[in-house]
Design a protein around this ligand. Structure first.
Ligand SMILES: Nc1ncnc2c1ncn2[C@@H]1O[C@H](COP(=O)(O)OP(=O)(O)OP(=O)(O)O)[C@@H](O)[C@H]1O
Ligand SMILES: O=C(O)[C@H](O)COP(=O)(O)O
Length: 397
């Protein structure tokens, strides 16, 4: 099934390994807000170290637009990585050129060095051949462990794989195997839950899913656009009225391919979008003109959990309501806990991704119970949209 080479296919000892990782983590005052992405790359780094590789970490941070920018330096991450790895991690002020060559030349087997932000060079995002050649000169092999950056055809995510023998790291491998189970060759029925704020950011996703899954739950703010397209009054809710035609197109495509659409039948509404605001549960036909839909209601949750009970596979992106603000977290929490329970019981393969989705699963305390939680944002969405990811395609034999 695996279409790419992994660390099982290569002799590592003594090799200079260019390891692409994703260190684009939330940072504040030199501290990392969420270390999940770092934790995920540790197994690959440790394996390379244990096998006697000389590990050269390549990563980007932020969007410095091809110019050095001290606010986007990766330097503060070297000591953090070192603490988490339990061994020294060196730092190179530049990812190519004489400084980088000197540091890499002095590496011994089992050493690890972090190179400065690859995006400080315009050649990174341009995937410029000259820049790729300079990077490639630093390594003997290339390992990509950054699925979450694989939707970018950049020098360090795509170009290098065309210049050096290339392999998927353990996290990339786990991610691809889990995603294959989710949508590639899933056990049916497959239910997709897509929520979040807006339809406009997820049109391609919805269009792809209706052709591939057995049921599509549309939740969150984006459901309002569908309800409005069906002629319901959504009051002051977040709603993209100009996308009514798009909503109709998606509903028609679902009908044609036999995909059941699950839209809210009731909602939690409030007059204010703030914690503790007074709220009511109403049928979606009775949303007051001066109120906003901020969560799905209990009957909707029952419909969603009933689909989850029938499903063998779940793919999830986007919350069912404004889960960050109580009391509008209930539907998302209930669906997350139900999916987690089914997964723990071995009845469901559950794959979830997206920044807010992962935050919601953490809030529900169930992220560890899901079969796989992707740390990828854009890459996870593009994969769910059915788009080929350049960083993955190039790894395939
Ligand atoms: N009914 C609603 N009204 C307004 N906002 C809502 C509603 N339902 C959900 N949201 C908001 O949608 C946002 C999450 O949507 P988003 O599409 O960004 O999720 P995601 O894809 O998991 O995250 P990311 O884009 O960070 O990867 C949350 O901030 C949530 O409060
Ligand atoms: O955080 C991410 O989703 C990845 O690191 C990609 O970052 P980018 O959107 O700046 O390319």
């Amino acid at each position: 099934m695996t279409q790419f080479k992994t660390l099982d296919d290569v002799e590592i000892a003594g090799k200079r390994v260019l390891l692409r990782v994703d260190l684009n983590v939330p940072m504040q005052d030199g501290k990392v807000g969420d270390t999940t992405r770092i934790e995920r790359i540790l197994p690959t780094i440790k394996e390379l170290v244990d096998k006697g590789g000389r590990v050269i970490l390549l990563a980007h941070f932020g969007r410095p637009k091809g110019k050095p920018n001290p606010d986007m330096s990766l330097e503060p991450l070297a000591p953090i990585l070192s603490d988490m790895l339990g061994q020294p991690v060196g730092f190179s002020d530049d990812c190519v050129g004489p400084v980088a060559e000197g540091i890499v030349g002095a590496l011994e087997d089992g050493n690890v060095v972090l190179m400065e932000n690859t995006r400080f060079h315009a050649g990174e995002e341009a995937n410029d051949e000259d820049f790729v050649t300079r990077l490639a000169a630093l390594g003997d092999i290339y390992v990509n462990d950054a699925f979450s950056a694989a939707h970018r055809a950049h020098a360090s995510t795509e170009g290098l794989a065309r210049h050096l023998p290339s392999y998927a790291g353990r996290t990339m491998q786990a991610e691809l195997e889990a995603l294959e189970k989710g949508l590639g060759d899933p056990e049916r029925p497959v239910v997709a839950v897509v929520g979040g704020a807006k339809v406009s950011t997820k049109i391609d996703l919805l269009q792809n899913l209706v052709g591939r899954v057995d049921a599509l739950v549309i939740g969150g703010g984006m459901a309002n656009t569908f309800l409005a397209a069906q002629g319901k009054h959504v009051g002051k809710s977040l709603c993209e009225h100009d996308l009514a035609d798009t909503a109709h197109r998606i509903l028609a495509a679902a009908k044609e391919s036999g995909c059941a659409i699950v839209l809210p039948v009731d909602a939690v509404v409030a007059r204010e979008f703030k914690a503790g605001a007074a709220s009511d549960i109403v049928a979606v036909d009775n949303v007051p003109e001066d109120a906003m839909i901020l969560d799905a209601g209990p009957d909707t949750v029952a419909a969603v959990t009933a689909w989850l009970d029938k499903a063998k596979t779940l793919v999830w992106n986007g919350p069912l309501g404004a889960f960050e603000i109580q009391p509008f977290d209930k539907a998302t929490m209930a669906a997350a806990r139900h999916a987690a329970e089914l997964t723990r019981a071995g009845k469901l393969v559950s794959v979830a991704g997206g920044g807010d989705t992962v935050a919601a699963l953490n809030q529900a305390g169930v992220a560890d119970d899901f079969t796989y939680v992707s740390t990828a944002g854009g890459a996870f969405l593009e994969w769910m949209e059915g788009k080929p990811l350049p960083g993955v395609e190039v790894l395939k034999a």
